[in-house]
Design a protein around this ligand. Structure first.
Ligand code: HEM
Length: 454
């Protein structure tokens, strides 16, 4: 199936423009497009271009709940990263994240042990050790980039917890080879011109997919032959469900790739953004947030995920049958559909002063958002599989950082925006000094989404 069918129609107002151009703008620069072009339309379904049914954004709790709970009318989008069939690596983009129906349920069941409570105890120890080895924990030294260090922490934790690597020298390049498969796939030259020729961008990309598969397959073979260990790869190699079903080598390779694609930058940016909310504010009248208890930390983390979500827009779904969403005009079969945590988290009826950073809104006794009104990890049967892993990682790292003493920003500018196709975070380096704490009045484009309380 083509990515967008611009011949589709929907009888609903939306932004003006050329459908193909608007669709790519939404995908390449989601945060900006959502805030500038979609937010003015307060209706259950907003076409990305007025009257055009190729890509739509669902708004409001009722529509969000309908989509998150109906896996029949809304499929995880197909046709995005289809690989040529019949090769060992053809399944590198087939994972729970792209599966639908019974195959999705099967994979979810077989993957669960890797993120089960019992696995988390080991992961927590790794998170603490990775922090202890990070530049945030080292005394003295020169300023460094907060964002790069959070990326390094997240990558190291994925390699150690998922693959069981503990060798810093091979960690980075191997992880990069896996992670960049997905980000380069979103390059329009790869996405749109699928000619498998040695010199074409698509052909070169396929070559890298095959090489990454070979590396993963060798790792899987080694782990299958060895005794069980606490890393997720070993857990998946030895996991069997009650019917004796297990994941094949191709399936495990696809899932590992999916975990890296879904879990690396998302976690790093969530950590970066939460940390930034502890180091300063765009409001000159604000003062540093006091964090002394776990509840305080929880409130800061939730409020940073609400105001500055690392995933401003969910993964796309394909509409499988023409359907009304929360009373909308019919959304045509074939439409590509998104939901937007960035917009849902800014509904003034749910979050008074939505543009202000107010951790106290998450305290007991304050009006709490209802289910489907706070969706940093999505919800329902397709809720993020790594949510507990990511949450534990961010909490463990932040609380160790608070214990050690927070770093200070070297300069005030922070820009919030897309750092790849799906993840938002600081768009430029954010230099900090580990031993010079100093609360800062922030400048930069973060001030367009985070404003002083009215
Ligand atoms: C703070 C970091 C993270 C955020 C904000 C995040 C957010 C999300 C969101 C919004 C979805 C899509 C929900 C939907 O469209 O219905 C998702 C799905 C998913 N995420 Fe995460 N994620 C994070 C970390 C991770 C990690 C660390 C992993 C794995 C190690 C992971 C694995 C997945 C998978 C496998 C899915 C697809 C689940 C399914 O379709 O059943 N994520 N995530």
């Amino acid at each position: 199936m083509e990515l967008f069918d611009t011949a589709l129609r929907i009888d609903a107002p939306g932004p003006s423009g050329v459908p193909m151009v608007n669709n790519f703008r939404l995908i390449r620069d989601s945060a900006r497009f959502l805030l500038a072009r979609i937010r003015p339309y307060d209706q259950p379904v907003v076409p990305v271009t007025a009257g055009n049914g190729s890509v739509v954004v669902v708004r409001g709790r009722d529509g969000v709940r309908q989509v998150f709970t109906d896996n029949t009318a809304f499929h995880r989008a197909d046709g995005l990263f289809d690989l040529p069939p019949g090769r060992p690596w053809s399944g590198m983009f087939d994972a729970i994240i792209t599966a639908n129906g019974a195959e999705h349920t099967r994979r979810r069941k077989l993957l669960m042990p890797a993120v089960h409570r019992t696995a988390m105890a080991h992961y927590r120890e790794v998170f603490a050790d990775t922090f202890a080895r990070s530049r945030f924990a080292a005394p003295g030294g020169d300023p460094f980039d907060l964002k790069q260090e959070c990326l390094r922490i997240s990558k190291t934790n994925l390699m150690r917890c998922l693959l069981g690597f503990d060798d810093d020298a091979s960690l980075g390049p191997f992880a990069d080879r896996i992670v960049t498969l997905g980000t380069t796939a979103a390059d329009p030259r790869v996405l749109l011109f699928r000619r498998d020729l040695p010199w074409s961008p698509y052909g070169r990309w396929l070559h890298r997919v095959a090489a990454a598969y070979d590396e993963l397959a060798a790792l899987i073979a080694g782990r299958r032959a060895a005794d069980p260990r606490p890393d997720a790869l070993s857990i998946l190699c030895h996991a069997v469900d009650e019917d004796g079903d297990r994941l094949s080598t191709e399936e495990i390779a696809g899932e590992l790739h999916g975990f890296f694609a879904a879990g690396f930058e998302t976690t790093a940016m969530t950590l970066s953004l939460a940390l930034i909310t502890l180091l300063g504010s765009p409001d000159p009248a604000a003062s540093p947030v006091e964090v002394t208890t776990e509840d305080d930390l929880s409130a800061v983390l939730k409020e940073s995920q609400r105001l500055l979500p690392a995933v401003p827009i969910t993964l796309p779904r394909r509409v499988t049958t023409t359907v009304e969403i929360a009373g909308s005009p019919p959304v045509p079969k074939g439409a590509l559909l998104f939901m937007a945590p960035l917009l849902e988290h800014r509904d003034p009826l749910v979050y008074p002063s939505p543009q202000a950073f107010r951790p106290q809104r998450w305290r007991a006794g304050e009006p709490a958002p209802r289910q489907y009104e706070f969706i940093p990890f999505g919800l329902g049967p397709r809720r993020c599989l790594g949510a507990e892993f990511a949450d534990l990682q961010v909490r463990t790292t932040l609380s160790l950082m608070l214990e050690r003493g927070l770093p200070g920003l070297v300069r005030p500018r922070v820009d919030y925006g897309m750092v790849n196709g799906v993840t938002a975070g600081p768009q430029r380096p954010v230099p900090v000094h580990a031993d010079r704490p100093r609360w800062t009045v922030l400048t930069g484009s973060i001030t367009e989404v985070w404003k002083p309380a009215a």
